[in-house]
Structures are given as C-alpha cells and as structure tokens.
Design a protein around this ligand. Structure first.
Ligand code: GDP
Ligand code: MG
Length: 376
C-alpha cells in the first residue's frame, strides 16, 4: 500500500475519505491465527508469552484440558492445541478440531526428546494442510547449560541439535532451536522472520504490531509499521477537518490523535495496561518510571491539546510548505496533516528510544542470571 499516494489523492478530493477509514479499519480488524501444537510441557505457553512479551498464558501449568484454548493479544491469536497424538486424543479427532484452513501458521513444538508421536503429527499436519510447518525445539538454554556442566564444548551442542532435528523432520523443513527464556537469541528472531514471510501485508503489520521487539531489526520493523500508520492517521485527521489554526478558540476534535497515540503506545507495548503487568514482574528504576509515565501521558486528550497549541504557534510557513506536494494547496488540511504527522512521528521516535533503554535493561537482567550461552 502506498500510503502517501492514498493520502494525496484523498486530500486533493480524488477519492473519498471512507477509503482511508476502510484502510485503517482493515488493518485494525485483521487477525493473525497461529496454531501451537505439541505435547504438554514442550513450551507452548512459554513461546506464546515470549512472542508477545507478556504473560498471557500460565506456563508450567499441568494441561488438564485437551480442548483448544484461544488467546488473543491485540489481534494476534494463538490457539494452543495440547496433547496431540496421544492415545487419549487420536489424530483424526485432533486434526478435525484444528480445522486447518483457519490458521495462518502452524508451529509444532518439541523439547528434549523427539517422540514418534511428534513425527506422526508432523506428517499428518503436512499432508492435510499442505502448508509450511514450523518445528520449534525449545529449551536450548538448558541444553547448553547441561553441556557446560558435563564439560562438553557448547559450540558443538547447537549444530548437533540442529542436525538431529533436521534428520528427523527432514532438512527442507523449518526447524528452529529456541529458548523461550532468551527470545533475543538463538533462532528465535529468525523464527519470527520466517513467520512473517508467509503472511500478507496486513497480517505482517498486525504481527509486527502485536509482537514484542527483542532485537534492533525487530524494532526497526516496528518503526516502519508505526510510521506508515501515522501517515494514515494524519490523512484521516486532515480529511475530518482537524484544523488547529493558531489562536482559534475552538480546538478541532482530537479524537483521531488520541487514537493514533494510543495505537503507537500499544505498538511499542508502552501503554498503561501493558506496563502495569510488566511492573509486576520486574520493577523499573525511578528514571525509567519517569520516562514511561511521560510517554503514557501522550495517549491523553489533555496532553495532545496542549502539545498542539504549543506546536501550532511554532509551525512556520516553511514547515507547512514541505507538505504542499503531498497535500496540494489545501493549506488548512495541510496544517492538520502536518501537525498530526509531526505528533505521531515524535511519539514513534520517543517510543523507539525508550524501547532501546528498556531492551538494554532486560538484556542486563538476563545476563546477570549467570546463565552461560554461546552468544553471551
Ligand atoms: N529453560 C527453559 N525453560 C522453558 C522453556 N520453555 C518452557 N520452559 C519451561 O518449561 C515448562 C513447561 O512450559 P510450558 O510453556 O508450560 O509448556 P506447555 O505445557 O507446552 O504449555 C515451564 O516450567 C516453562 O517455564 C525454555 O525455552 N527454556
Ligand atoms: Mg500450556
């Protein structure tokens, strides 16, 4: 989608505002459905939690139910399908329940021991879905730790595990060695990239929006998606008459800007709800709390109005002129567009910086646990 082109044609009156609304609505309503399959204890819940960067499912819990459980995190839907291939839950019934066509990705988890039932499930899935099945072997952090204790060279462990996995599932398949405790390491980032490859554009955006960024590449992708959305929101604000002429008493409706800023904060997982959960798990330093609270304020109407007042009086004709090729001669719509975009870009930049600060913190925390691994 060429968002600039879309916004330009809207503001010059070539197409209706509803197109922009439709585009945003489409992105908002898009869902990504990921099926997680595997025996109990293989790390399905932990993988899901690691992908979204929050505790949505209890890990370490005994799987008492054999029915599918759904978890929806900002449109990223995981379907946890426990106990596949056991005698209590035979294949046919299992795969009927799966209703294969509903899923955008299939992930089969295994841990230390690969059982015959894992291979059977893999073959069944492959033949019934005709889709790529991701094989995720979890807990490689423990393998490395064990190797270390046993006096084995850690450098040899990962290639050996990979060979084992690929020889069993076939080397053409997508096998990933991950640790759910270290989603910034091993094959976890590559696994996420590979998931993205199979999605259409709207689903890719949704996945990037809802997943936690652990690496700088992932953070860069988040930024791309966020900036594209900012343009859409800015176009929408402009066509809806957001027109904060400096000095005017009546402030235009800022609902779209509130929505935009809240969207950006959620994209970076810096919204209030997410942070409250985060704080329960690990306390932040007082500097970090100040940083985060300042960002949360961006999602409020009061903050937005005061920021616009300040910026609108500061914006020069030169600044506005930059947007003329985009918005045509419609200066008032141009101002609304430029202001919204300025505000969105500013927040994206701040969220990006804050995430880097918080990333460093979590990396330091993980390292200080004393676990050794190849890439430490
Ligand atoms: N060290 C380590 N532990 C893990 C990993 N993945 C899961 N676990 C632990 O293994 C146990 C079972 O994981 P869980 O996610 O509940 O598996 P599920 O039954 O498939 O949902 C839990 O105690 C997790 O904390 C991993 O990659 N590394
Ligand atoms: Mg579970």
């Amino acid at each position: 989608m060429d968002v600039f082109h879309l916004v330009r044609s809207l503001l010059s009156g070539e197409s209706g505002a509803s197109q922009l609304e439709d585009e945003l609505k489409h992105l908002e309503e898009t869902e990504v459905r990921i099926a997680l399959l595997g025996r109990s204890g293989t790390g399905k819940s932990s993988l899901m939690n690691a992908l979204v960067g929050e505790r949505v499912a209890a890990s370490g819990a005994v799987e008492t139910t054999l029915s599918a459980q759904e978890f929806n995190v900002n449109g990223l839907i995981f379907v946890d399908l426990p106990g596949g291939g056991t005698t209590r839950f035979p294949f046919d019934e299992y795969l009927d329940t799966v209703k294969v066509a509903r899923y955008d990705a299939f992930v089969l988890l295994t841990s230390k021991r690969i059982l015959e039932s894992d291979l059977e499930l893999f073959q069944e899935l492959k033949s019934r879905t005709g889709k790529k099945i991701h094989i995720v072997r979890t807990m490689v952090d423990q393998d490395l730790e064990n190797a270390h204790h046993d006096g084995q060279s850690a450098e040899l462990v990962l290639p050996r595990l990979r060979e084992d996995l690929e020889s069993k599932f076939g080397s053409l398949h997508h096998c990933w060695l991950v640790s759910n405790r270290h989603p910034e390491k091993f094959d976890f980032p590559a696994f996420c990239d590979s998931l993205l490859e199979d999605f259409d554009e709207a689903r890719r955006d949704k996945f990037v929006f809802a997943a936690q960024a652990y690496t700088l590449d992932q953070l860069m992708r988040k930024r791309e998606v966020a900036e594209r959305h900012v343009i859409l929101f800015a176009g929408l604000a402009a066509v809806n008459g957001f027109n904060p002429i400096p000095g005017a008493d009546v402030m235009a409706d800022v609902a779209i800007l509130v929505k935009m800023n809240q969207w950006i904060l959620r994209c970076y997982k810096l919204d209030e709800e997410h942070l409250k959960k985060q704080l329960k798990r690990a306390p932040l330093t007082s500097t970090q709390v100040t940083l985060v609270n300042r960002l949360i304020a961006y999602g409020t109407r009061e903050f937005i109005i005061s920021a616009i007042k300040r910026q609108a009086t500061r914006m020069t004709g030169k600044e506005l002129a930059k947007w003329v090729p985009v918005v045509g001669q419609m200066a008032s719509a141009g101002l609304g567009f430029a202001l919204t975009r300025w505000m969105g870009q500013d927040l994206v930049q701040q969220c990006d910086e804050a995430t880097r600060v918080l990333m460093d913190r979590s990396l330091t925390q993980r390292k200080s646990t004393g676990r050794k691994s190849l890439r430490d």
